[in-house]
Design a protein around this ligand. Structure first.
Ligand code: ATP
Ligand code: MN
Ligand code: MN
Length: 365
């Protein structure tokens, strides 16, 4: 008697926030190819196309094993025609011609070079490209007008594009810890961002500050930054005041990559180093984001600043489309019942959303 085995098919929940996505996965060559195309689409201002490639890559990152044929994908959610073609090429030939073409293109390479400057986004990079600029030297020689932030970014270009090691992040965290203990004892400093998700290195250090007594944290940041500055630990910084008032209600949903409104500081630290690049001068420039959250908003801030960016986007999309709720880094609002849903932990936010808790190490979408 002959039994035909159905080909093996993977199952997958549609939203990335319903899946567990570890840091290490088995489909690196495929996700790299798709993410290159996502990046390139972003450079051309095609946000929708960029998101489609990011979604496809994120599905592959959550697969429990290595994909060997396109058939195994079956009708998996979020993988469109174009992405399937790319996957097929890489599975069959090891590379995808379209991706290789992109990587070699002058536009892609220049956009990458320029957007790696702290303070330069896609729009600015694209304008410079259209004006015929191609190198960092071009920017200087043609007297391109730069903001103070971009000048700092250019000055520390090599350091800022050298990955930050976990040990360096911890050392910066300790320095900030020391500063806050002087300015407001009892303040806690939490390492968020990629490091909280278990990444061994990152492009910056994301630190969240809060104080157990509500209101005490107001005005803290400027004192901390002044003290760090007086210790020659800061090479550049610009701060923003808290502009969030809960009474206003949450932002309307749908905005992509919504900026939150915490008191915050985007900075470049001067970190003493023994080895690695910068060893000769004894220090290295490191990007640091400092964010202050009132204790009642802290779980939302922590969830929002742990990332990944795609995980956050998916959480918010899930909240709004599946639950009619608005989630941001400040609060969770239930539009059907017209009320805010408070939380004292990330776990509680997932509960409100009716989602299984996903620990930080599984948010590497
Ligand atoms: P990397 O290791 O490259 O730094 P990362 O995941 O830490 O990776 P970040 O760009 O530092 O990436 O962002 C960390 C998280 O903080 C993201 O999930 C993002 O949602 C949030 N975030 C970053 N910048 C802002 C901002 N300006 N406003 C609100 N949230 C932000
Ligand atoms: Mn980060
Ligand atoms: Mn950051």
């Amino acid at each position: 008697r002959v039994t035909t085995l159905a080909p093996h098919r993977w199952q997958m929940a549609p939203y990335a926030c319903q899946r567990r996505t570890p840091l290490l996965h088995s489909n690196q060559p495929l996700t790299e190819a798709l993410e290159t195309l996502a990046e390139e689409a972003g450079f051309s201002g095609s946000e929708g196309r960029s998101l489609a490639f990011t979604r496809a890559a994120s599905v592959l990152k959550a697969l429990p094993g290595r994909l060997s044929t396109l058939e195994e994908l079956g009708p998996l959610p979020g993988i469109g025609e174009h992405s399937r073609r790319v996957i097929q090429d890489v599975l069959e030939d090891g590379v995808c011609a379209e991706v290789e073409r992109v990587k070699l293109s002058e536009r892609y390479q220049t956009m990458k070079l320029f957007t790696k400057i702290f303070g330069v986004g896609v729009r600015t990079a694209s304008r410079w490209y259209q004006e015929g600029l191609r190198t960092l030297v071009d920017l200087q020689e043609r007297g391109t007008k730069l903001t103070r932030q971009q000048q700092a970014g250019l000055r520390h270009y090599d350091d800022l594009n050298t990955p930050v090691e976990r040990g360096e992040a911890e050392s910066i965290s300790r320095a900030v810890q020391g500063a806050v203990q002087r300015c407001l004892p009892g303040t806690s400093v939490t390492l968020a961002g990629g490091f909280r998700r278990g990444k061994p290195h990152g492009h910056d250090v994301d630190l969240l500050l809060t104080h157990p007594e509500a209101g005490r944290e107001a005005g803290l940041l400027s004192r901390v930054v002044s003290w760090l500055d007086s210790q020659d630990l800061i090479l550049y910084q610009h701060s923003q005041e808290n502009s969030y008032a809960l009474q206003e209600g949450p932002e309307p949903p749908g905005g992509r990559d919504v900026m939150d409104r915490f008191e915050r500081c985007f900075s470049i630290f001067r970190l003493e180093v023994q080895g690695g690049p910068g060893a000769a001068r004894g220090w290295k420039a490191v990007r640091v984001d400092l964010v202050v959250a009132p204790i009642s908003q802290f779980p939302f801030a922590l969830l929002g600043w742990t990332g990944s960016r795609h995980f956050e986007r998916e959480l918010r999309r899930f909240a709004s489309h599946e639950r009619k709720m608005v989630l941001n880094s400040h609060a969770l609002y239930d539009s059907r019942r017209n009320l805010f849903l408070p939380a004292v932990s990330e776990e509680e936010i997932f509960q409100h959303l009716g989602l299984e808790y996903v620990p930080p190490a599984q948010r590497n979408t």
